[in-house]
Design a protein around this ligand. Sequence first.
Ligand SMILES: C[S@@+](CC[C@H](N)C(=O)[O-])C[C@H]1O[C@@H](n2cnc3c(N)ncnc32)[C@H](O)[C@@H]1O
Ligand code: SF4
Length: 335
Amino acid sequence: MQPQLIDPFQRHINYLRVSVTDRCDFRCLYCMSENMTFLPKKELLTLEELDRICTTFISMGVKKLRITGGEPLVRRDIMTFFQSIGRHLESGDLSELTLTTNGSQLERFADQLYAAGVRRVNISLDTLNEEKFAKITRWGRLPQVMRGIDAALRVGLRVKLNAVALKGFNEEELIPMTQWCAERDIDLTWIEVMPMGDLGNENRIDQYWSLKDLRSQLREHYTVTDLLERSGGPARYVRLEETGQKVGFITPLTHNFCESCNRVRLTCTGELYMCLGQEDMADLRTPMREIGEDDTLLKQAILSAIERKPKGHDFDYSRQRADGQMSRHMSHTGG
Ligand SMILES: C[S@@+](CC[C@H](N)C(=O)[O-])C[C@H]1O[C@@H](n2cnc3c(N)ncnc32)[C@H](O)[C@@H]1O
Ligand code: SF4
């Protein structure tokens, strides 16, 4: 199938991230305030509507879907959505169906995810210390997540850990977490904290640990080889020769990775964000609901949104302020 979604900068859009809920069973300090107001349930797209929009994107050349949130696995009946979308893997129209999860529900769902065709999961984990984990997630329990990781590995899912780099919190865990992952054949990616949404009393600048020295820190312990692969995403990777594992870093604040961006993001209310770091979005819910079974208007709305995909984000902490700050939380757009 020829790619049909090409933006003004000649980037082929073949990757859709879908936030299926803005709700979560955790309240991570860098992601949410303690008293979050969530969307009324009636505002959410139904699972059938989410399926319909995803299917339309797939018919327009999207090859990879990542399901995220909020916490995707707390949405009621979400397994029926995975099972249904799995049909596009069987037909070959979709190459990959993945999800990003905090791991709390994986013990329950890992085998069903595998049966639906999911082969890789990203699990977010910022620390291996139980007390620190409780602090950073406010509501999370580490043993539950560990059981989820074990379940995912047991059913044969390939696991990647995502850790948000937080100053004064997990800097000293760089090597212990790398080793822990190596023992389980898990890849690890570190993410610089981005200025998304109001956090109540927390301050972004206080949280920011720049990853520009990460390579040299790893070199003190391992033989580090830079990898060229980018897969259209923001992560850069190195391989640690002693363990064979990949370590990635997502550095929106110290590098701009937008030139190769291949993705757009759908929220659980049907808004399409063409860039994580810009406010512009397109409403897909109205054209979808207006037109019954015919997808013409929905396709037109998608095409005209892609024509507006901006060149890049403007995140910047260099002036000791969180410039480029987004009013919405990461859980809204889907991380
Ligand atoms: C919003 S969460 C949604 C999926 C799921 N609840 C999870 O935690 O994996 C997706 C990813 O965004 C990351 N994240 C949230 N807020 C962030 C921020 N302000 N800067 C950088 N990453 C953030 C999380 O650590 C997580 O890896
Ligand atoms: S990062 Fe994920 S687990 Fe943490 S509060 Fe945000 S949505 Fe929930």
